[in-house]
Design a binder for this molecule. Sequence first.
Ligand SMILES: [Zn+2]
Length: 160
Amino acid sequence: MTAPEAEPPTLLNITDVVSGPIPPRVMNLSLPNMLHTRIPEIVARKGPPPWSVRVIADERNLVTLIANGPGTGNRPHWHKDFDEWWVILAGRLRWELTGGTVIEAVKDDIVWIPRGTVHHIMNVGDDLSLRLAIAMPPAVHYFSACEQCGYTDDGPRAFW
Ligand SMILES: [Zn+2]
């Protein structure tokens, strides 16, 4: 039996600092961190859900485009040290939260969940759902059961 992996500390230690205005120093031709990302192109390339794509990754941001088909969603979890938020780009999604709060959100909505609250996200519509998730590295996930739907957690307690 192996010991569980040590949890990384949360540090904001920004060592990559520029000294003045410069043209873009990164011109990535693929994700993450492209100057211009076209979501319809990602959707066409990835095909049928479920899938997720890291769009932006730096010392402060982890931005992920997530697609789910009807009736599918995430594994309920919470975060210790950051608040997470999402922009809904397509479909109808439901957030079930610790304490019984339920949020349903559609295209052009923003959902913000403070640290410590389990969020169980499901596509409750009839079509593809797309959401842009904004998290902060290292974005440790603490998996947990969902109080509302009875989802029982049977996997590892955390991953990153
Ligand atoms: Zn989360």
